[in-house]
Design a protein around this ligand. Structure first.
Ligand code: SF4
Length: 382
């Protein structure tokens, strides 16, 4: 893996952009109305002037994108922390992408209203990802989330009014003192809502977060595994199919955009700290808002080796329950997956952690609990 650190995107980047077929575009909005205690994303508290400057720079960076984009995902941060005019400015920059099939924006309940709902609908958003995290108001306060249950109810009413039906929600589990019944209580509330998709993540404590600095504990592995199993079973019993380690949906509602990551396709990342991948070239934008505002977007560029590409494709592909299409993999990386990784595959198939079905290498349900251990076996064969 060859790394360089650059202030401006290099010629390699520009050439890669022009040459590669890329259908997915991620846009990062790094502003929020408050800082959640578990959050280690790149974000700062919303400031109108800074957000105006940021959007101007973002528009310039977006000019580099010259592709037939099929999926757009506006994430953050909190995209809905932007005011109405700022959101409209952002959407206008995206109007030139005429063939978008899936257009998602992340919504936080405390910063969404009917006017914004009408605006996103007008500009073609057809999928939303709502940051709910929990239906327990005490837990929301523990996380320093800024919304309450009434705000959540309002979001659904606004979406219903404007007719955006493809709705995903984000939930988090694994808080101190939480039991399986508490996690299931959250899911009970979730499945009552008119949603198509659930992303549910275990709480991770990072040193640079408020929780990290407070010494907030992570739950133990045994409880974590029981919670995860409870989640899989409950959502399955309620007509949600699991299609990725942390993602569940009603039939037909898998996220096209996120599947581009898991299929290890190309994608552009625009905005502060965003990453893009164009064949064997990956970049990550600067994490300094000041640098970004000065037009120095690129923080790091990496040229991926053939081994990097193979391993990352395996790592991403095994997250998906559909697994890795062996023929596609072999053609894409000019390798025989079953020969090169025969030891890792055999070991894990024998343990019931992997299986080969219909020419796909898949992680079993048992394997989902310890995917990192499985991947170590593949890494050793690079
Ligand atoms: S709203 Fe999202 S991005 Fe903003 S602080 Fe909370 S978790 Fe982080």
């Amino acid at each position: 893996m060859l790394k360089t650190s650059l202030g401006k995107k290099s010629q390699t980047y520009m050439t890669a952009i022009l040459k590669n077929k890329t259908e997915s575009l991620y846009i990062h909005i790094p502003f929020c109305h408050g800082i959640c205690f578990y959050c280690d994303f790149e974000r700062s508290v919303y400031n109108q002037d800074k957000a105006d400057q940021y959007l101007n720079e973002l528009a310039k960076e977006l000019n580099n994108v010259d592709a037939d984009i099929k999926t757009i995902y506006i994430g953050g941060g909190t995209p809905t922390a932007l005011n109405h005019q700022q959101l409209e400015f952002l959407f206008k920059q995206l109007e030139r992408f005429k063939n978008v099939e899936e257009f998602t924006i992340e919504i936080n309940p405390e910063s969404f209203d009917l006017k914004k709902a009408k605006l996103i609908k007008e500009y073609g958003v057809n999928r939303v990802s709502i940051g709910i995290q929990s239906f327990d108001e005490e837990l929301l306060k523990t996380m320093n989330r800024k919304h309450n249950l009434k705000d959540i109810e309002n979001v659904f009413s606004y979406l219903e009014t404007v007719g955006i039906k493809n709705r995903s929600i984000d939930l988090i589990y694994g808080f101190k003192g939480q039991q399986i019944k508490d996690v299931i209580a959250d899911l009970k509330q979730a499945v009552k809502l008119p949603i198509t998709h659930v992303s549910i993540y275990e709480l991770e404590i990072h040193d640079n977060t408020v929780f990290g600095k407070q010494g907030y504990p992570e739950i133990d592995d045994e409880l974590s595994a029981k919670m995860y199993k409870g989640i899989i079973d409950y959502l399955k019993d309620n007509s949600f199919e699991q299609y990725e380690i942390s993602n569940f949906c009603k039939p037909g509602y898998q996220s096209l955009h996120n599947k581009a990551y898991w299929h290890y396709d190309n994608y552009y990342g625009i905005g502060l700290a965003a990453s893009g991948k164009l064949e064997n070239y990956r970049y990550t934008n600067t994490t300094s808002l000041q640098q970004y505002l000065e037009g120095n977007y690129c923080g790091e560029e990496i040229k991926l080796s053939h081994e990097d590409l193979e391993f990352e494709a395996i790592m991403m592909g095994l997250r998906l329950l559909e697994g890795i299409d062996i023929t596609v993999f072999n053609e894409k990386y000019n390798v025989n997956l079953q020969d090169k990784y025969s030891k890792a595959i055999r070991n894990n198939v024998e343990k019931g952690l992997l299986e080969i079905v219909d020419n796909h290498l898949k992680t079993t349900e048992k394997g989902l609990f310890i995917l990192n251990d499985i991947l170590v076996d593949f890494m050793e064969l690079l």
